[in-house]
Design a protein around this ligand. Structure first.
Ligand code: SAH
Length: 268
């Protein structure tokens, strides 16, 4: 009997060229590719002709495919002897529920391997000319989700602790926060972070139509609303964001026209 296997594969932040060579190879070997809706369709070109392609999107507001269903599907396909690629946006182990899927598969006795991808939190700052670390401006970064688990077990991030970390020179990289910016900003400012701290929102990083707002912490929510930025977006907060302005001045960040458009929001 043929033995099945699951690969948890990171598709990177969007641009199909940011896929790893290993991800492309594994995609070319799969019998079935089960992908999220953050995955760019161009990435699926690497799938073997004849492979089954299954979309299991569950973006906020859309009809959701429950996580339990996805896990059952992965198990069933592998038990049927298939080589399964579970393709996820960014990195499978960064806010991607890859950990849960890996545990479910291991519990069912199915071999699992992971192929890393470039996470959106790494790609988004660099897409607007912001180095994640910089000797003159920052000595580290924190990756955090603003999203609170729907089962109520999780009260969300400790904004005061994050404000303290940001004050100490760490850059905050916030996933899933764009639709709850008021709470994010309030939490950080009440926690003692200077409202004038440089901050940016990067929407659809590395994808056609990428947009960004570069501003300061206290204006994040207003600027987001003004420009209608929405998910998927990464919020970057910290001194290094000031470097995005330099990049814009040097035209490293294109202001217009598309495909890569950065809107420089009023800073005050
Ligand atoms: N595993 C993914 C994250 C999944 S959580 C990764 O490693 O990147 C989904 C969140 O990721 C989105 O709400 C958004 O905050 C962020 N995200 C994913 N792709 C993005 C993109 N191209 N541009 C900006 N943010 C993105």
């Amino acid at each position: 009997m043929k033995h099945g296997k699951v690969w948890l594969v990171g598709a990177g932040p969007g641009d199909p060229e940011l896929l790893t060579l290993k991800a492309a190879r594994v995609l070319g070997e799969a019998d079935i590719v089960i992908h999220d809706d953050l995955v760019h369709p161009g990435t699926l070109r690497y799938a073997r002709p004849g492979a089954r392609i299954v979309a299991v999107g569950k973006r906020g507001g859309c009809r959701s495919t429950r996580q339990a269903f996805i896990e059952r599907l992965l198990v069933a396909e592998a038990l049927a002897g298939n080589m399964v690629v579970r393709l996820k946006g960014g990195d499978p182990f960064v806010f991607g529920r890859g950990g849960e899927e890996r545990e479910a598969l291991r519990a069912a006795g199915i071999p699992v391997d992971v192929v890393d991808g470039i996470t959106a939190g790494i790609a988004a700052p660099s897409a607007i000319g912001v180095p994640l670390t910089h000797r003159a401006a920052c000595h580290g970064a924190i990756f955090v989700t603003a999203h609170v688990a729907s089962n109520g077990d999780d009260s969300g991030p400790d904004w005061a602790a994050l404000a303290a970390a940001a004050r100490s020179g760490l850059t905050l990289i916030i996933y899933m926060g764009v639709t709850m910016l008021h709470g994010v900003v309030e939490g950080l400012v009440c926690g003692g972070l200077d409202p004038d701290t440089p901050a940016a929102i990067v929407e659809r990083a590395t994808l056609p139509g990428q947009r960004a707002v570069i501003t300061v912490l206290e204006r994040l929510a207003t600027e987001r609303q003004r420009h209608g930025l929405t998910s998927p977006s990464i919020i970057v907060i910290g001194k290094v964001v000031g470097r995005a302005r330099l990049a814009a001045q040097r035209n490293e960040v294109q202001l217009a026209p598309a495909p890569k458009r950065a809107i420089i929001g009023n800073s005050r």
